[in-house]
Design a protein around this ligand. Sequence first.
Ligand SMILES: [Zn+2]
Length: 84
Amino acid sequence: MTVSTAHSTGGWSVVREPAPEAPSAVFEMECTTCCHSSGATEDPQAAQAWAVRHATASPAHTGFREIVHRFWRALPADRGVGEG
Ligand SMILES: [Zn+2]
């Protein structure tokens, strides 16, 4: 099992999405007061900048939830991905 393999059982493994076009992660900030969101972006600093702009525009909205999406794929173990 490699670092990119999260779980392996029953002849299947879950590995980080191997597609080259897949981002390693997508970030989003959500206001915990009104649930408005930065929208998804591959740049975590862009999501944080949105939170600062949101708090500046609505000073009572100072709490945020960061949502990070990472992409995975389940593959049969005989495909050989994630072993090693
Ligand atoms: Zn808000």
